[in-house]
Design a protein around this ligand. Structure first.
Ligand SMILES: C[S@@+](CC[C@H](N)C(=O)[O-])C[C@H]1O[C@@H](n2cnc3c(N)ncnc32)[C@H](O)[C@@H]1O
Length: 251
């Protein structure tokens, strides 16, 4: 009889994907748009920075689409960093980086990247920190490298109807997925706590994120202006659904 051994870390990553898909509409389409850009630019084995990687959703997709790629994945959450390190082993370099701390990019000295990819993460930075992060990325990247950021970029008070439509779409999307049995954020974290080496990092996680409240919204026009100010040559959207975007910036 064949015994199927399940890797508990891989399994937890799969459940992360299902959980995030329930919160983030058209999440896979955003990833596809980012990887398509790399492919259209002729990359077959790109060097990629997965910025605020979580457990490595982008890393996983990059390594699947481009098996020869090399990936550095950075985040500040010790639990998610540990999970990413367990899942990818020597297939990716996983580093502890706080994007809110000026000078964070020094950790990446010596690396060159064709592309920086990020998803559902940079809204955790305050607008001033975001400009700082974009500036460090512009200094880190060689000319022609690209940054691709997939995130909700909320409409502000000037677009109340679009803001309301986007919120309603989010509600309907989430209702449908949770009704179909998707795991919630809290349920996923309860499962993560069942793995001893993740459980032992939970207290550190709580300490690190204790004083990091949600930040004011930075709408699309802020991101585009900040990217140009930071030193990127081109900055525009490559994908959009209501207030959900993939923004591309070319160094
Ligand atoms: C919702 S998760 C997204 C993870 C993954 N990119 C995805 O799409 O599933 C947001 C990530 O941003 C990370 N993050 C938040 N603030 C950060 C900071 N200051 N520095 C680095 N990572 C940060 C969190 O730890 C978390 O892993």
């Amino acid at each position: 009889m064949n015994t199927v051994l399940t890797d508990p870390y891989r399994d937890l990553l799969a459940r992360w994907e299902a959980q995030q898909t329930a919160y983030v509409a058209h999440r896979e389409a955003r990833f596809d748009a980012m990887l398509d850009v790399l492919e259209l630019r002729g990359h077959t084995a790109p060097t990629v920075l997965d910025l605020a990687c979580g457990p490595g959703s982008i890393t996983d997709r990059v390594l699947t689409r481009f098996p020869g790629a090399s990936v550095v994945a950075v985040d500040f959450d010790p639990v998610l960093l540990c999970l990413a390190a367990r899942v990818f082993g020597d297939r990716a370099t996983v580093l502890d980086v706080d994007l809110a701390r000026p000078g964070w990019s020094r950790t990446l000295a010596g690396h060159t990247f064709d592309a920086v990819l990020s998803s559902t993460a940079l809204h955790w930075l305050a607008p001033a920190q975001l400009l700082g992060a974009y500036t460090e990325l512009a200094q880190l990247l060689e000319p022609e490298a690209v940054l691709l950021n997939a995130d909700h970029l909320r409409y502000d008070d000037r677009d109340p109807m679009l803001r309301s439509l986007s919120a309603e779409h989010d509600r309907r999307w989430q209702r449908t997925h949770f009704a179909a049995g998707a795991q919630s954020w809290d349920q996923w974290w309860a499962d993560a706590e069942q793995l001893p080496d993740l459980a032992e990092r939970m207290a550190d996680r709580r300490d690190r994120f204790a004083d990091r409240p949600p930040q004011p919204d930075a709408p699309l026009h802020f991101h585009l202006s900040a990217l140009r100010t930071a030193g990127f040559a081109e900055a525009a959207t490559v994908w959009q659904y209501l207030d959900d975007y993939v923004v591309l910036a070319r160094r």
